[in-house]
Design a protein around this ligand. Structure first.
Ligand code: G1P
Length: 280
């Protein structure tokens, strides 16, 4: 039986990555603090966790990433969406407890999540990868299904960029049978890719602990999930909304543009400028 089931209240946000796709900028600025329209890129995952009902956020940082924790400790309601307008710093920080744990060595996403084990303290928890900016609240879609993972359809040639799942329908839900991290497209079990939002029961740590390095020589979260599904049920939820991969320049630009076009103060002006550029 899966223990400690229920709606997670803790979100783990790993921000320890080296940001290789953002070199040379990431040598001096953590990629999580790069601006996406008027806010930092990682603030969208943080807000998604809050809106989905989390009241505790654990950032997994590398020894050089204290700036990211500082940013969120100083975080003000004005850094968030309109719903938080007028909320004092104290009220916001009463509503959400923010802390960090350190991943001493870059040994992969699975290892980063394992670093949070002590702070998660045997409770169900969510994981949000801040490189993924979702225009709809993907984490909220998972909450009632815990443990679950958010999925999206990807084109054939992109299968090797993601964790890919094999799933079947069961009582109107997608049950995950198997997962493979970054398979070659022809060997991928489907075109359903993991989209950086997960909810877990604490048993996932048992599997993370026994893993050998996988793809890229790293401890892969996908490999732990693979072992987990052999013992416990894990469900997949299909996300059909807009998503941007802000871990690289293309996605940061499209995310900024998406938010800018939706901004009630600037959307029309931006639209006109973009139109002018297109007409050039
Ligand atoms: C990670 C996960 C992968 C997932 C992806 C989503 O990969 O390992 O399974 O599909 O995030 O963004 P990364 O992009 O960190 O290499």
């Amino acid at each position: 039986m899966v223990s400690k089931e229920g709606h997670p209240k803790i979100a783990v946000i790993p921000v320890a990555g080296r940001g290789t796709r953002w070199m040379p900028i990431s040598r001096s600025v953590p990629k999580e603090l790069l601006p996406v329209w008027r806010r930092t890129s990682a603030s969208y995952a943080f807000e998604e966790a809050l809106r989905a009902g989390c009241d505790e956020v654990i950032f997994v940082i590398s020894p050089g990433k204290h700036d990211v924790l500082d940013h969120f400790l100083r975080f003000d309601a004005s850094d968030l969406g309109p719903e938080y307008e007028g909320m004092s710093w104290e009220n916001l920080h009463e509503r959400v407890r923010i802390h960090a744990c350190i991943q001493e060595e870059a040994k992969g996403l699975g290892h980063a999540i394992l670093c949070a084990e002590h702070d998660v303290a045997n409770r169900p928890f969510a994981v949000l990868l801040p490189d993924e900016v979702l225009m709809e609240n993907g984490l909220m879609m998972l909450m009632d299904e815990t443990p679950a993972v958010l999925l999206m359809e990807v084109p054939f040639e992109q299968r090797s960029n993601y964790g890919i799942v094999k799933a079947h329908e069961e009582n109107g839900r997608l049950r995950i049978d198997d997962l493979v991290e970054k398979p070659s497209p022809a060997l991928a079990p489907s075109s359903l890719a993991i989209t950086g939002r997960y909810t877990f029961t604490p048993e996932i740590f048992d599997f993370l602990k026994i893993l050998q390095p996988g793809v890229g020589g790293e401890i892969q979260l996908t490999d732990a999930m693979r072992l987990y599904t052999q013992k416990y049920p894990l469900h997949g939820i299909l996300y059909r909304g807009m998503r941007h991969d802000v871990g690289q320049p293309f996605g940061l630009l499209t995310a900024s543009l998406d938010f800018a076009l939706r901004d009630p103060d600037h959307g029309n002006d931006i639209r006109q400028i973009v139109q002018k550029m297109l007409d050039r």
